[in-house]
Design a protein around this ligand. Structure first.
Ligand code: PRT
Ligand code: ZN
Length: 225
């Protein structure tokens, strides 16, 4: 693989985190020529390049040291970390900073009319989710058994389609649950986006640039407070 002296940062190409990730770099004074079609974008005023990928790929790229930095939702980060550790892999990375965008919660929701007292009511129920590892961790902590229905999209229609009793999905405003006749009964994880760095040390120059970038991010966050 080609090595270069630029910091390589992975960001979501298009989706809920992409605009704010781009805006954050801009606020930090990084000038980038964005070309919608390109996988890689280069900064004009510092040795930094941006790899634009699906958010799901970002944790792995950082864990594997393919990129130096990543901006990613904690939900996706922890899900991938749990998936790898439960497969017996060692995972290491550094969380540099929690960011101010991408806030959401991972929640269990049920058909509105279904009675619910506590999580025990879901003993042996089938739950549809795209986050099987975060759900499993939570259910284990609660001591409740469940059956998985793994869906990477359209999770909210699983109960009405007869695929599952309940769902475990991301919620921000709650409008999607409402529109699908579901009600939120347990919040199992609260997430924001974050900046992560690979565990393998960077050379001195690169680390100095990362440190500078981090100081600027802190400045931007304080200014927005
Ligand atoms: O294509 P790619 O794989 O990169 O993107 P994606 O479609 O997997 O992810 P994307 O862009 O939808 O979300 C990226 C990240 O944004 C998530 O991993 C979260 O960290 C964060 N985020 C914040 C959210 C939401 N809020 C959110 N509301 N991600 C998804 N949603 C969805 C949720 O799944 C549900 O379908 O929005 C719907 C609920 O929203 P409300 O407002 O109706 O409650
Ligand atoms: Zn994704």
């Amino acid at each position: 693989m080609m090595t270069n002296n630029r910091i390589r940062i992975a960001m979501q190409k298009s989706g809920r985190l992409s605009q704010e990730s781009q805006a954050l770099l801009k606020q930090c004074g990084v000038k980038i020529n964005w070309n919608e079609q390109r996988l890689i974008a280069y900064a004009e005023n510092m040795p930094l390049e941006i790899l634009r990928v699906r958010d799901d790929d970002i944790p792995g790229l950082v864990f594997d040291g393919v990129v130096d930095l990543g901006i990613i939702g904690e939900n996706v980060l922890e899900e991938e970390e749990l998936a790898r550790t439960s497969a017996g892999e060692q995972v290491s990375y550094k969380k540099l900073r929690r960011l101010d965008f991408g806030g959401c919660r991972l929640s269990i929701a049920l058909p509105r009319e279904m009675p619910y007292q506590s999580i025990q009511d879901l003993n042996n129920a089938r739950i549809a989710t795209s986050y099987p590892n975060l759900l499993k961790r939570y259910m284990q902590q609660q001591g409740v058994k469940f059956k998985n229905c793994l869906l990477t999209g359209s999770v909210e229609v699983a109960p009405s389609a007869g695929l599952a009793t309940a769902i475990c999905d991301l919620v921000s405003s709650g409008a999607t649950l409402e529109a699908n006749g579901l009600r939120e009964v347990e919040v199992i994880y609260r997430s924001k986006s974050c900046l992560i760095q690979r565990a393998l040390p960077l050379d001195e120059e690169k680390q100095a640039l990362v440190d500078r970038l981090l100081t600027r991010i802190q400045g931007v966050q304080q200014a927005n407070e």
